[in-house]
Design a protein around this ligand. Sequence first.
Ligand code: FAD
Length: 317
Amino acid sequence: MKITDHIKQANGKTLFSFELIPPRKGKSIQELYNNIDPLMEFKPPFIDVTTSREEFVYIEKDGLLDKKVTRMRPGTIGICASIKHKYDVDTVPHVLCGGFTKEETEYMLVDCHYLGIHNLMALRGDAMREEQYFKPTPGGHEYALGLVEQVVEMNKGHYLNGMVETSDCSDFCIGVAGYPEKHLEAPSLKTDLKRLIQKVEAGADYVVTQMFFDNKKYFEFVDLVRAEGIDIPIIPGIKPIAVKRHLQLLPQVFKIDLPQELIESVESCKSNADVRQVGIEWAIQQSKELMEGGAPVLHYYSMGKSDNVKAIASELF
Ligand code: FAD
């Protein structure tokens, strides 16, 4: 079922969902199942699975582990199919521009269609570590907008190279990223908003936001989008702070602000367990307010470990 239909069916009730990262180095999927199992009691209508362009792996040379190489982290579509089958829940693969040609994307989408995956997040992807700016893959898309357009065309039965097949074609529901504190490369929130509107006008069906820690940013962002006449669901992304290092890392990587009160609470923690608890409590407060404010879904960035998301969901769903 499409994400937008799940939201319609919920009739104003806020839904619960979360995002998973494929296990490192193609390790057993059991690790993921162990993290999904405790969250299924909160009945997520959908689960996202990320795609990563960069994974560091060691290569073996003369019986020893030698220098690191990077490669695409495999598994997104396979994991989506496995989770869907095992838990009877919709899964949302994150489809990237970076690292893929348009042909490769088309193959991936055809696979998704065969596997009964009806939703996807269309994303550009970040710059690789050695790049200063995102460099499009030759034969791939430069911006998420191009990817949205490709999926929309495919939904009409229009494939690459002029191939047309209009019966039994895909009907993907398309999610795109939105940034309440603007995307890190955008010169201003206004410009970034324009880019988001282009994605919606091209056919995006819903938005999932970058993490934020001050709900005011989300509500203002929703107001700005609505003022442009756009009424598609805007799903807030929530990340519970889990380690002290997040205080530096999150603002640095995502160019987002952390409220002073949160910083002080985390800084005063004596142990990792205390930090995790502060993160849980902050996310619960954020979630309650977002629910009251009419957020259609609360989407948690679990980063692999579900104990904190379970603690949050237990209070809310
Ligand atoms: P775009 O919408 O293409 O925008 C990228 C930048 O280009 C923005 O600054 C925008 O303002 C600007 N822009 C857009 N169009 C134009 C144009 N025509 N001319 C000039 N500038 C333009 N990354 C991953 O690698 N894997 C994931 O699984 C993943 N999941 C994510 C999930 C969510 C909910 C979010 C919010 C982000 C996720 N990301 C993921 C990160 C995302 O890939 C990065 O934030 C990336 O840098 C931008 O992606 P985008 O789809 O927003 O890009």
